[in-house]
Design a protein around this ligand. Structure first.
Ligand SMILES: *[C@@H]1O[C@H](CO)[C@@H](O)[C@H](O)[C@H]1NC(C)=O
Ligand SMILES: *[C@@H]1O[C@H](CO)[C@@H](O)[C@H](O)[C@H]1NC(C)=O
Ligand SMILES: *[C@@H]1O[C@H](CO)[C@@H](O)[C@H](O)[C@H]1NC(C)=O
Ligand SMILES: *[C@@H]1O[C@H](CO)[C@@H](O)[C@H](O)[C@H]1NC(C)=O
Ligand SMILES: *[C@@H]1O[C@H](CO)[C@@H](O)[C@H](O)[C@H]1NC(C)=O
Ligand SMILES: *[C@@H]1O[C@H](CO)[C@@H](O)[C@H](O)[C@H]1NC(C)=O
Ligand SMILES: *[C@@H]1O[C@H](CO)[C@@H](O)[C@H](O)[C@H]1NC(C)=O
Ligand SMILES: *[C@@H]1O[C@H](CO)[C@@H](O)[C@H](O)[C@H]1NC(C)=O
Length: 441
């Protein structure tokens, strides 16, 4: 019995050994040479490539090989801060699936064309790596690409003149071309519409040309979860295809030169968590259908010309929005009062209603919004009196601005507030007899 057991264990141990040696994939000599040539011409200020020793290139830092074939399949230099010249010898890594050169410093050279020869490539991250010039059209040959990030904040910008190659990347799920120079990419929307699997699109501050967002008749990218088009002067109406994106969770079209109204069928986007439409020229009322956006965490409609009674909008919208943390409706033409619609919004951290035409008294129930850090109701027509009660539970408050209203502040000087403010706006308030000194630090 014992002998059988012993035998079994030996077999098991041997078997494990076989598995283990199989997993230590040997390195293919030609690929080792390609990496060594790359190593010889790149500059590595942080000394991260010092681990590149010995014969087995599969064990070198940032390099991963396929356990089956032994080919190098992944180069991840995202945290390596490499500089200098990228040797085209890398083209020898023909089975590469994943290439991450983000946060390098390649001194404004164009994206090397040999990258377009990696037919198996699924992940390409060249973000914030100091590339510039025109993106090679042959990137469109990378038909398996699922993830493409060429974004680059600050430094030199990559230009795309003709977006056609993007339309060939039909496997793309993630595309980030923020801060590129896309002014001549008049066909960008048509190209993006050829990407049926796209889930994430970032095109922030990319100098996109004026574009009629309604110029596509049929929307293809119905898997879209995140659409960020911030800071491009599109000069358009909000697209009616927005409501046909059932998975949309984040929409950021801040500063996009949008005009017209917010479409009523916005309420169909029941997955929406974040909506930012600030700093545009949107007019009309906040649509009642927003009441179905129960997963909303952030709503930013600031800096538009929205009108109508805020209490009416709020009473239909907010009851289902239990997770709401940020409400920014500053700088519109909203009227009405604050009575009745703030109850139970325990998650609220930011409430900015400044610069509207709101009136009436500020309800004491505001003192129950215990998560609030930022409260700005300045430049409205609120009247009545603010007392300790209004601030009783606001222990996290950091910024309070009630300036330019007709508010009377009646707080005992001895009152010790539950918060320490870093910013307090009070001008044009009737503060009397004297505001408690403990309120600011
Ligand atoms: C890579 O370059 C470093 C010096 O930057 C050197 O120490 C190392 O031996 C090189 N490795 C290979 C495999 O060429
Ligand atoms: C590339 O590396 C950076 C830094 O580690 C990381 O943030 C990024 O997610 C990586 N990209 C991919 C596609 O894995
Ligand atoms: C890559 O794309 C170019 C132009 O888009 C094309 O002429 C060429 O044949 C493609 N190369 C391969 C290997 O598919
Ligand atoms: C939708 O995408 C498919 C596949 O990429 C494409 O053939 C079709 O022309 C696209 N439709 C529109 C309206 O762009
Ligand atoms: C506040 O606004 C609501 C809705 O417009 C209105 O019914 C109510 O009378 C107003 N309350 C005060 C105190 O003005
Ligand atoms: C704050 O909430 C508590 C509990 O929900 C409630 O009893 C109280 O009246 C509220 N305070 C104000 C000023 O609304
Ligand atoms: C402050 O919060 C406590 C606990 O949540 C609650 O019992 C109390 O009523 C609140 N005070 C006011 C004035 O709302
Ligand atoms: C606030 O202003 C309204 C008119 O806009 C007025 O009817 C009301 O009496 C004022 N309330 C207080 C407390 O001053």
């Amino acid at each position: 019995m014992e002998g059988t057991m012993h035998g079994l264990l030996t077999v098991l141990a041997l078997w494990c050994l076989v598995i283990n040696t199989r997993e230590i994939s040997a390195c293919i000599a030609m690929e080792r040479d390609a990496l060594a040539a790359f190593n010889a011409s790149i500059s590595d200020p942080d000394g991260r490539l010092r681990s590149w020793k010995g014969e087995n290139c599969c064990s070198w830092g940032g390099v991963s090989c396929s356990k089956k074939s032994g080919h190098v399949v992944k180069l991840d230099f995202g945290e390596y801060s490499l500089k200098g010249e990228i040797n085209p010898s890398l083209a020898g890594l023909t089975r590469l699936v994943h290439l991450n050169m983000s946060h390098g410093d390649f001194g404004g050279v164009p994206i090397p064309e040999f990258i377009c020869s990696f037919k198996m490539l699924r992940y390409l991250d060249l973000s914030h790596a100091g590339f510039s010039g025109t993106a090679p059209q042959q990137l469109g040959n990378l038909s398996r690409l699922s993830y493409l990030d060429l974004s680059s904040f600050g430094g030199p910008a990559i230009t795309v003149d003709n977006f056609h190659w993007v339309s060939k990347l039909t496997s793309l799920r993630y595309l980030d071309l923020s801060w590129l120079y896309l002014a001549a990419s008049v066909n960008w929307l048509q190209a993006v519409n050829m990407l049926p699997l796209l889930e994430v699109l970032h095109l922030n501050d990319a100098s996109l040309p004026a574009t009629d967002l309604n110029s596509i008749s049929h929307v293809n990218f119905t898997s879209l979860k995140l659409l960020h088009l911030k800071s491009n002067n599109l000069n358009s109406f909000l697209p009616n295809w927005i409501s046909k994106l059932p998975a949309l969770s984040e929409l950021d079209m801040t500063s996009c030169g949008l005009s017209g109204t917010i479409p009523e069928d916005l309420g169909k986007l029941t997955s929406l968590r974040i909506i930012r439409l600030g700093d545009n020229n949107l007019k009309g009322a906040i649509p009642r259908s927003s009441s179905r956006l129960c997963n909303l965490v952030e709503i930013d409609f600031s800096g538009n010309i929205l009108s109508g009674d805020i209490a009416e909008a709020a009473n239909s919208m907010f009851p289902c929005m239990k997770r709401l943390q940020i409400i920014d409706l500053a700088g519109n033409d909203l009227t009405g009062n604050m009575s009745g619609w703030l109850e139970g919004m325990e998650s609220l951290t930011t409430l900015d209603l400044s610069g509207n035409s709101l009136s009436g008294v500020v309800p004491a129930s505001i003192g129950n919004l215990s998560s609030l850090t930022y409260l700005d109701i300045s430049f409205n027509a609120f009247n009545g009196t603010l007392s300790e009660l209004h601030f009783s539970n606001l222990s996290r408050l950091d910024t309070l601005d009630i300036a330019s209203n007709s508010l009377n502040i009646a707080i005992k000087q001895s009152w010790v507030p539950p918060f320490q403010l870093t910013k307090l706006g009070l001008h044009d308030c009737l503060v009397g007899p004297k505001f408690p000194t403990a309120i600011t630090n």
